[in-house]
Design a protein around this ligand. Structure first.
Ligand code: UDP
Length: 330
């Protein structure tokens, strides 16, 4: 019996596949390689290149593979792009999830772990954020993820599916082996952009706003290592396989760092001065996002191993310094 990982060639998906293989699971990956990389797929996973909106292709894959459970990462995930091309986001994110749920129900597969995001909360009412807090996304990406969660919820009720939605805060870092890591094109995330400076690919980092109501005026985020996120997927899957109920969990370290603190830590880790310059705020950025992950710890037994920003950045730096251009090819 295999675990089917949709979007298993992407950043968090590829790390989860590595952890699944390490845990002795049989894994099949589906990815359209639009933003993912074939090279990121673990050599022991079976790979199917397909777009999950293609129901016929998905149906053939469900026929070929004996699927025990599904982990769904296949979605567009750039905030800025989602604001410029909202309909593309609805098409890919909602359309993909719709096709997946239709094929899961048609093939009698009833366990789903779903990749959600802190962006479903929007500007939080308070930090740390709890799972029951108001969902009020401020960008189209977060809106599609909220809708995907809800679509899964209604389908689960009607068709006897069980699911776990995992709301990640700021995913970062790379696999400790240095073989896979973060590679987006264009890159928009803070940590890979900061590390492009010591890697010689960028002269300076821009700080988007220094007039937020935070301790140094720059935005606060909860940075969580991608391998810890990957572990949470395995725990979520195990809970469903053991008969556990549908649920939703935040995943973060519960500690916030400002943009300036991230840059300063990157200077220490890399030994490079990393020049920084203040620039205007980026529209739609909440001042602070910090998770309460107490529920994941209590109910899933999740214990993030990387709780020091230095250690997280060291794994990211090992990857980026060895692969300054990311993967060699798609
Ligand atoms: N940020 C920044 N400069 C950059 C990229 C990001 O100051 O070149 C800030 C951004 O405004 C946010 C934080 O870094 O406050 C984290 O941004 P990222 O895009 O990594 O993740 P997000 O919080 O948007 O999911």
């Amino acid at each position: 019996m295999a675990i089917l990982v949709l979007g298993g060639a992407g950043y968090i998906g590829s790390h989860t596949v590595y952890e699944l293989i390490q845990a002795g699971r049989e894994v099949a990956v589906v990815d359209n390689l639009q933003t993912g990389f074939r090279e990121a797929v673990h050599p022991k996973a079976r790979f199917h290149q397909a777009d999950i909106r293609d129901r016929a292709a998905l149906s053939r894959i469900f026929d070929q593979e004996k699927v025990e459970g599904v982990i769904h990462f296949a979605a567009s995930s750039q905030v800025g792009e989602s604001m410029d091309h909202p309909l593309q986001y609805y098409d890919n994110n909602l359309g993909g999830t719709l096709a997946l749920l239709q094929e899961m129900t048609a093939h009698g597969v009833d366990k789903l772990v779903f990749s959600s995001t802190a962006a479903v909360y929007g500007e939080p009412e308070r930090v740390p954020i709890l799972e029951g807090d108001t969902l009020s996304p401020t960008n189209c990406y977060g809106e599609t993820k909220r809708s995907m969660e809800r679509m899964i919820g209604w389908a689960a009720r009607a068709h006897g599916l069980r699911y776990v939605a995992l709301r990640y805060f700021n995913a970062c870092g790379a696999h400790p082996s240095g073989t896979i890591g973060e590679a987006h094109n264009p890159e928009t995330h803070l940590i890979p952009l900061v590390l492009q400076v010591p890697a010689g690919r960028r002269e300076k980092i821009l700080i988007f706003g220094d007039d937020y109501p935070t301790k140094d005026g720059t935005c606060v985020r909860d940075y969580v290592h991608v391998s810890d996120l990957a572990q949470a997927h395995i725990l979520a899957l195990d809970s469903l396989l053991a008969g556990g109920e549908s649920d939703v969990f935040n995943l973060g370290n519960g500690v916030g760092f400002t943009v300036r603190e991230v840059i300063e830590t990157a200077r220490q880790v890399t030994g490079h001065p990393i020049p920084a310059q203040v620039a205007p705020r980026r529209p739609g950025d909440p001042a602070q996002l910090i998770a309460s992950s107490q529920k994941a710890m209590d109910k899933l037994g999740w214990r993030p191993r990387y709780n020091r920003l230095e250690d997280i950045l060291a794994t990211a730096w090992a990857w980026h310094s060895a692969h300054p251009e990311g993967y060699r090819s798609r």
